[in-house]
Design a protein around this ligand. Structure first.
Ligand code: CDP
Length: 213
């Protein structure tokens, strides 16, 4: 069976947790596409000793391998900023399209989360969700994640990083962050993660049943 769930939304809205839980519930494979951009951003920073060069970013995006997706190095504020800068480069995005499209159509079902999955990568996805939450709730969640890992930061810094990244992601010319017209909006500002997952699961279940003869 081929079945694609596209989950988009701004930073720290809850996409990652919802995607992982939905994938586990239905036995689908999960791809966090943000990790691809984080890996390219990280490798580009390393190669340029802190400077992001677009030619280098494109080259590294073309050569990205699963070994580059080690999450522990990629979940830092510096890498998040670098990710959103390389993600605005059309050549970088182009280099990552085929891998994402192939993943989406693998047998057994797939969940992809990111910014442009329902709009650009999988416009034909069987289910599209757009997950969001207020800026302050998202900043608080990301702040808690970062301090739990021992990162030295403040809530003000996290909020300003998040707003700068959302602006760059929404205003870029190529594949900006946007809700697809046919996506279900899931606002998690006042929803527990369990309630958000339950809504997502119900929506996917309904779509699976519609597809049965
Ligand atoms: O975890 P968080 O929501 O903070 O970010 P992420 O999903 O890991 O994505 C990091 C960055 O990659 C984003 O700010 C975007 O600039 C970029 N990205 C993108 O442009 N397109 C995607 N499909 C996924 C991520």
């Amino acid at each position: 069976m081929q079945f694609t769930v596209a989950i988009d939304g701004p930073a720290a809205a809850g996409k990652g947790t919802i995607s992982r839980e939905v994938a586990a519930h239905f036995g689908f494979a999960h791809l966090d596409t943000g990790l691809l951009y984080r890996a390219v951003g990280h490798r580009t920073l390393e190669a340029g000793r802190g400077v992001i060069d677009p030619v280098m970013a494109e080259e590294l995006a073309k050569r990205l391998s699963p070994d580059d997706l080690d999450e522990t190095k990629l979940r830092t504020p510096m890498v998040a900023r670098a990710a959103s800068r390389v993600a605005a480069m059309p050549e970088v995005r182009k280099a990552l399209v085929a891998f994402q499209k192939d993943f989406a159509r693998r047998k057994g079902g797939a969940v992809l989360d990111g910014r442009d999955i329902g709009t650009v990568i999988c416009p034909e996805a069987e289910v599209k969700l757009f997950v969001t939450a207020s800026n302050t709730v998202r900043a608080e969640r990301r702040f808690q994640e970062l301090i739990a890992k021992g990162t030295d930061t403040t809530i003000e810094q996290v909020l300003s990083d998040l707003e700068a990244r959302d602006a760059r992601d929404s205003e870029r010319d190529t594949a900006p962050l946007a809700q697809a017209a046919d996506a279900l909006l899931l606002d998690t500002t006042e929803l527990s993660i369990d309630a958000a997952v339950a809504e997502a699961v119900a929506c996917i279940q309904k779509r699976i049943e519609q597809g049965r003869p």
